[in-house]
Design a protein around this ligand. Structure first.
Ligand SMILES: [Zn+2]
Length: 257
C-alpha cells in the first residue's frame, strides 16, 4: 500500500475533538518506532486492537505486549483449576503473539479480578515504558461508563498515569534510575473500547490475522468459533463503514504534550 492510499484509510472525526488530525499512524516513515501495548487480561488486546497491532508489526515496528493479570478466573467451568487456567492462558497468549508478529510478551501475573492501582503495578508498567521506550502506547479506555470489568478500568487508568507522569519524571521510581533506566516521554496513546472513539484505522489487510490470533485463545471460546467470527465481522464492518473500508478498529487517540 502506498503512503497516499494508506493516508485515506485513517480518519479522525473533525467535530468535538480538541486534537488535530494525527499524522498517519500507518505512515511507513514511522515504521520503526516502538509500540507498547498494555492488556488487562490475555486476549483483550486482540479484540480491541489486534488488527492494528498486526499491521504495525508487519510494517517493522517493534511491538511489546504487557499482560497485567493471569486470567485465572476467565471460565465458567467449575472443574477448571485456576492455576491450570492461568498456565493455559499464558500459552494461548504466546501463540497469539506469534500470529500477530509481536516482538515480546511480558506477563505481570497479577491475579484476575484483583488488579489494583498500587505501587507495584505502577512500577512494573513504568519500568516497561522505560525499558522499551515506545513512541506509541496502546491500552483499554478506562472511562467506559457503568458496567465494566474492574481490571480493565485499573489497567487503563494506571497505564495512562504511567505515561504521565510516572515514566516521564526523573524522581518517580528512583530505583529505575539507579538501574540505568532513563525517564521516557511517550508521544501518543491509543485507547480501544472507548465510549468516545475519534480515530478509525483500516485493518482490512490484517483482519484475518486478528481472527487467527483470537482463535489461539481456545479457553475463551465457549459459544463456538463460527458465532464469534460472525459477530466480529459484523462489528468491525460497522466500524469500517465510518471510513469507507471493509474492516476498521476504533480508538480514542491522545497526543501527549
Ligand atoms: Zn478482559
Amino acid at each position: 500500500m502506498t503512503e497516499s492510499s494508506s493516508r485515506r484509510n485513517v480518519s479522525q472525526e473533525p467535530s468535538g475533538s480538541p486534537y488535530p488530525i494525527p499524522e498517519d499512524p500507518m505512515n511507513t516513515s514511522r515504521s520503526t518506532t516502538p509500540v507498547l501495548v498494555v492488556s488487562p487480561h490475555p486476549d483483550d488486546m486482540e479484540s480491541g486492537a489486534g488488527g492494528t497491532v498486526a499491521r504495525w508489526a508487519a510494517q517493522g515496528r517493534k511491538v511489546v505486549l504487557v499482560v497485567c493479570t493471569n486470567g485465572n478466573k476467565g471460565t465458567s467451568d467449575l472443574d477448571m483449576a485456576p492455576e491450570v487456567l492461568a498456565a493455559t492462558r499464558e500459552e494461548e497468549q504466546k501463540n497469539s503473539a506469534e500470529v500477530l508478529g509481536l516482538s515480546e510478551v511480558v506477563f505481570l501475573r497479577f491475579p484476575d479480578q484483583a488488579l489494583e492501582d498500587c505501587y507495584e503495578l505502577r512500577e512494573k508498567i513504568s519500568r516497561q515504558i522505560r525499558i522499551h521506550r515506545p513512541e506509541t502506547v496502546v491500552t483499554v479506555d478506562p472511562n467506559r461508563p457503568y458496567i465494566r470489568h474492574p481490571d480493565h478500568y485499573t489497567a487503563g487508568r494506571v497505564t495512562l498515569n504511567c505515561v504521565f507522569p510516572f515514566a516521564r519524571d526523573v524522581h518517580a521510581f528512583p530505583e529505575h534510575i539507579r538501574e540505568g533506566l532513563e525517564p521516557h516521554k511517550v508521544r501518543e496513546v491509543y485507547l480501544w473500547g472507548s465510549p468516545e472513539p475519534d480515530t478509525f484505522l483500516d485493518v482490512t489487510d490484517s483482519f484475518e490475522t486478528k481472527l487467527r490470533a483470537l482463535s489461539c485463545h481456545r479457553s475463551q471460546v465457549e459459544q463456538g468459533w463460527e458465532l464469534r467470527d460472525v459477530r466480529a465481522r459484523t462489528r468491525y464492518t460497522e466500524v469500517g463503514r465510518r471510513i469507507g473500508v471493509q474492516y476498521a478498529e476504533a480508538f480514542k487517540r491522545i497526543e501527549v504534550f
